[in-house]
Design a protein around this ligand. Sequence first.
Ligand code: FMN
Length: 238
Amino acid sequence: MLRDPPENPRTKPNANPSTTPLAAALADLRTNYNSAELTEALAYVDPLQQFAQWLSEAIAAQLPEPNAMTLATVGSNLRPSTRVVLIKGYDALGIVWYTNYDSRKGQELAGNPYAALQFHWVELERTVRIEGTVEKISAQDSDAYYASRPLGSRLGAWASPQSQVVASREVLAREMTALEQRYPAAASTGPPRPPHWGGYRLKPDAWQFWQGRPNRLHDRLRYALQANGTWLRERLAP
Ligand SMILES: Cc1cc2nc3c(=O)[nH]c(=O)nc-3n(C[C@H](O)[C@H](O)[C@H](O)COP(=O)(O)O)c2cc1C
């Protein structure tokens, strides 16, 4: 007796995804936040200090990748795009991360220097949003950070034409093997920093700190940079 082959669940379209058990579970998935509060009395007047406090608490709480932040940029076609990058430094000048200058984000920043960052520290029921203008950091600072990275990461920056289409994973692996032969771990000099790789700094002109609270009445404090250089702090409705 001939039987129909079993249907492949990976290729079978679902007639109505909104009726699946997953959709029902999603509709019921909600957290009531009640672990902390962010009042005007508790918050710093300077948003950088508030950020330093929350980042250090995220690190102390041993959250997974507390240094991961979503970076939003906008292309010349006015479409926003996001990706995760790692914060590598912050001070009064701004927030620093490293990447490929020719990547999609690099090209979008070259055409439009406005960007936004967001941290989401799930276990602490906190987010921080930061907006501002972005510039490349100095070549010397990029050199210094590049030199501090493990050899594999330094070679990877050469091997990967970030955001470009590659024919296969093997193409990248072959490139990496060739680089490993050219710059063996035992050699005294490593690869120079690729000219297309380095740091960016976002200089904030707006910050927002969100602390989850019960019944969706979350705390939100926004800090906006004023013409005289001070920060205007206001509470936003959740
Ligand atoms: C936790 C995490 C950290 C990452 N850190 C970086 C980073 O510091 N720099 C970077 O260029 N890409 C980083 N990536 C990869 C980016 O998310 C992204 O895939 C890449 O930068 C290409 O983005 P683009 O094509 O939009 O330019 C990270 C990804 C994750 C998940």
